[in-house]
Design a protein around this ligand. Structure first.
Ligand code: TXA
Ligand code: MG
Length: 353
């Protein structure tokens, strides 16, 4: 299949393109589109056949449910059978934005979307191109991240093309996404709001509005099954092995130098994704031994590191790197999402120094 690749400027949207893309969705096809988090792979969320195609294109396990994307907050009432006061507060405060809420589902939502669960995930993205497409399609748009299953989510149209070119009808390219990590998933179907996946809206921000907010214990305790089915898979992983080095800055720097020398001697191609603070103190010789290296900026600017992370993991693969050494961050604020993705991409391999 030839994949149409359309550039759309988010400040000057070409509505002819949006109409064509929405037409593809109405006809049961797949269109990748930008959101403020990562690119999504959209289909008509009320059409079982179209939704099945998402799973085929991505190679996604069928027991991993999808998020329905809406263009109006009120659409939540068409999709959820019960919208609590707490859910209303969350919607009023954080939509449009990087927050997905889980609520009891309406009967008519296809089983393929919810993977047989009695709840449904709903989100209103804060991206003018996403909103224009969903509005024009006139249906809730089921969309996972637009990557091959298990690979880091796409933050540019080119990433989507690299993964799904030839497998989907069209890609709307609006350049880089904003947050760079996926939305926060908040389960509001029980008594206490529970984060099933940390993301662009922090626990701290949610607590300010909703009071007590729990974090699914399955996210950190590897013996427990996470409540979001997608969180149990190896995920966000480049082909290269990822290793996190954790400890005092100087110890981290020494360990990275030692590891680079050892792996270089073994003939391995090395990737280094480092904070500015560590980068500045690495010897030239060590740096030259790396096949790919990137200064991610200050460890204090977590938003910038989050924005760059997936693209840089992909760049390491493009450079043919065997092993990537990178660092750990505070788990406060956006750091919770960043560390969740880093730990998963590393398969929980952490060298403590
Ligand atoms: O930022 C995002 O959320 C992006 C953009 C495209 O909106 N989408 C995204 O979708 O990350 P996906 O499919 O890659 O991740 C959705 C996650 C999966 O871990 C899935 O298991 C979980 O949401 N999920 C979906 N429905 C659920 C439900 N009813 N109960 C629990 N978890 C659910
Ligand atoms: Mg995904």
């Amino acid at each position: 299949m030839e994949t149409k690749y359309w550039k759309v400027f988010k400040d000057d949207i070409n509505h002819k393109i949006i109409e064509r893309a929405a037409g593809i969705i109405s006809d049961g096809g797949l269109v990748a589109f930008p959101t403020e988090t990562v690119y999504g792979l959209g289909a008509n969320g009320l059409n079982s056949q179209a939704v099945k195609r998402i799973f085929e294109a991505k190679g996604r396990p069928i027991d991993n449910p999808l998020i329905l994307h809406v263009a109006e907050a009120e659409d939540v009432f068409k999709l959820a059978s019960q919208v609590t006061e707490c859910a209303q507060k969350a919607i009023n405060t954080f939509w449009p934005g990087p927050l997905t809420i889980i609520l009891p589902k309406q009967k008519d939502i296809p089983i393929e979307v919810t993977a047989g669960l009695d709840t449904v995930a709903i989100r209103m993205p804060a991206h003018p191109v996403a909103l224009a497409l969903i509005k024009e399609a006139g249906v809730p748009v089921a969309a996972p991240s637009a990557n091959r299953s298990g690979y880091p989510s796409p933050t540019t149209g080119q990433h989507v093309y690299d993964d799904l070119g030839g497998r989907i009808e069209a890609i709307l390219d609006s350049g880089f996404t904003g947050v760079g990590l996926e939305s926060t998933i908040l389960d509001l179907s029980g008594d206490i709001p529970t984060i099933l996946r940390p993301g662009g809206i922090t626990r701290e921000a949610l607590s300010e509005v909703l009071g007590t907010v729990r974090v699914d214990p399955g996210l950190t305790d590897l013996q427990q099954k996470p409540k979001a089915p997608g969180m149990k898979y190896t995920h966000y992983s480049p082909r290269a092995e990822v290793v996190l080095i954790k400890g005092e800055r100087e110890n981290v720097r020494c360990k990275i130098c030692e590891l680079v020398e050892n792996y270089f001697c073994m003939g391995k191609k090395i990737g280094l994704l480092l904070t500015e603070e560590t980068w500045e103190n690495i010897d030239d010789k060590v740096m030259l031994s790396a096949t790919y290296s990137k200064n991610l900026g200050s460890c204090l600017a977590l938003d910038e590191i989050a924005r760059m992370l997936y693209g840089e993991l992909r760049s390491c693969d493009v450079a043919g790197v065997d092993i990537i050494f990178t660092e750990t961050y505070t788990e406060k604020g956006l750091g919770a999402a960043l560390m969740n993705r880093l730990l998963k991409s590393a398969g929980y391999k952490v060298v403590n120094v």
